[in-house]
Design a protein around this ligand. Structure first.
Ligand code: HMG
Length: 423
């Protein structure tokens, strides 16, 4: 168990992580058959395999509290070290009371701390993580750490174009000055924001409004813009050489993944815009060669980070962090000491490209998240059961005992929500 140190460290990043996912999932091919769509459209067209289905008892707070309690337990974190709890979410449970305050209470965390939520569509989790990292790096944390939980339920509705891209889950990360999992490259983050209506959810709506194809264009423009700024800063800081393809210097890149194919589109676009920025003129032969190079680079740099997204679906704020978890779950030992890139996108839009170095003990740390066990404990449901769950009112949780170590929303009294936990 680590103790608090009063030394201000120049190192900051992710020390550990834990995840939570809904108990049920739907095989994406079952959904395709029920909708009369060729399964290949969802499997190879979107890159999906399975989709998490949250019932009303598994709300954002329940998923966030489950992930955060696993983080404290499995990584043996002294609650006295925590000076800040942040929930990044776009599917909160109250317009005013923070999900973070529920988490603080459910976990019995100390009172001497800041608790708040951060929101900007899927970028909200990264906003919280960067606020925590800056708090630590500034010295204001005085050796304390932050728990940031990215938690969301991605719900588009039955028989909509977005239906196969639904999902849900939470990733809780410990942000600290002993970033044993991923140490951030401070001062080189690239950001890009613009006021667009690609995906939004007015206050009275349970499902978002989305301009699906336009949202893909907005994501791609943001990825190129944020990456361009990161590249400039990383070259100036001497992290990557000024010549050649800087993105190739990164051992892996984890993207925000609304559906797996999006990460491929993003990677291909990022490479193309990097070539254009460098003034490389591509003739027909060079375009063909770049297509082959981009496909190979996608398999090496990006595909290893997609395994959880393919089985859970979109998790909005948590998506990038499930990507980092996937990557480290499969490859942490090989990546020890290597620099990785990370891209966070939130519709609306705001985005950030940043980098960091994988720690030497990352394999042992990620093993504590027990990702295989978490996925193996889920149950597969059929389309009829999925549609039944989708029709349930958000305010009326089904009475169900929470599994050991998990939390469930049990009901509310004038909006005062109650939760139960399984022993
Ligand atoms: P759609 O219009 O039904 O699908 O919805 P499509 O016609 O574009 O087809 C999808 C892909 O399947 C295409 O691949 C087709 O060619 C292929 P592409 O050409 O793009 O590479 N396809 C097939 N492949 C094999 N066999 C077949 C077949 N038929 C077609 N038979 C859409 C797709 C993504 C628009 C929809 O699902 C949607 O609206 N999703 C929600 C919005 C979204 O995910 N946007 C992503 C960017 S915005 C973002 O990431 C932010 C977000 O996470 C929210 C936040 O920030 O909070 C969403």
């Amino acid at each position: 168990m680590k103790a608090i140190s009063n030394q201000v460290s120049s190192r900051v990043g992710l020390e550990a992580l834990a995840v939570a996912v809904p108990r049920r999932y739907l095989a994406i091919e079952d959904l395709a058959v029920a909708r009369g769509v060729p399964p290949a459209k969802f499997t190879s067209g979107l890159g999906a395999r399975e989709m998490a289905v949250a019932d009303p008892g598994e709300d954002t707070v329940a998923l966030a509290a489950t992930a955060a309690s696993r983080l404290l337990r499995e990584s043996d974190v002294d609650p006295g070290r925590i000076g800040m709890v942040v929930v990044g979410t776009e599917t909160g449970v109250d317009h005013s009371k923070a999900a973070a305050s529920y988490v603080q209470g459910l976990l019995g965390l100390p009172k001497a701390m800041r608790t708040f939520d951060t929101q900007h569509a899927c970028y909200g989790g990264t906003a919280g993580i960067m606020a925590a990292a800056d708090w630590i790096a500034s010295g204001s944390a005085r050796g304390r750490a932050a728990i940031v939980i990215c938690a969301d339920i991605a719900r588009y509705g039955v028989k909509t174009a977005g239906e196969p891209t639904q999902g849900g889950g939470a990733v809780a990360v410990l942000v600290s000055d002993t970033p044993d999992l991923v140490a951030f490259d401070r001062g080189t983050n690239g950001v890009f924001a613009t006021n667009v209506h690609d995906f939004w959810r007015p206050l009275d709506r349970r499902e978002p409004l989305v301009d699906g194809h336009y949202s893909i264009d907005c994501y791609l423009e943001a990825a190129a813009g944020a990456y361009r700024m990161w590249r400039g800063e990383a070259v100036a800081a001497g992290l990557v050489p000024g010549e050649g393809m800087a993105s190739e210097v990164l051992a892996r890149i984890a993207y925000h993944v609304p559906f797996c194919k999006m990460a491929k589109k993003a990677h291909v676009h990022l490479r193309k815009s990097e070539l254009e920025d460098r003034g490389v003129v591509l003739d027909e032969a060079a375009i063909a060669a770049e297509e082959i190079a981009a496909a190979a680079s996608f398999e090496r740099q990006v595909a290893p980070g997609l395994s959880l997204a393919a089985r859970i679906g979109n998790t909005y704020t948590a998506s990038l962090y499930f990507g980092i978890a996937s990557l480290l779950h499969g490859q942490a030992a090989a990546l020890a000491g290597e620099r990785i890139g990370m891209f966070s996108y939130g519709s609306g839009c705001s985005s950030e490209f940043f980098s960091g170095t994988v720690g030497p003990n990352a394999a042992a740390i990620i093993a504590r998240a027990k990702l295989d066990d978490v996925l193996a404990s889920r149950v597969r449901i059929d389309v009829a059961e999925y549609e039944r769950i989708m029709a349930l009112a958000a305010s009326e949780p089904v009475a169900e005992s929470p599994a050991s170590g998990t939390f469930r929303f049990t009901g509310s009294d004038e909006g005062r929500r109650t939760y139960a936990t399984g022993a």
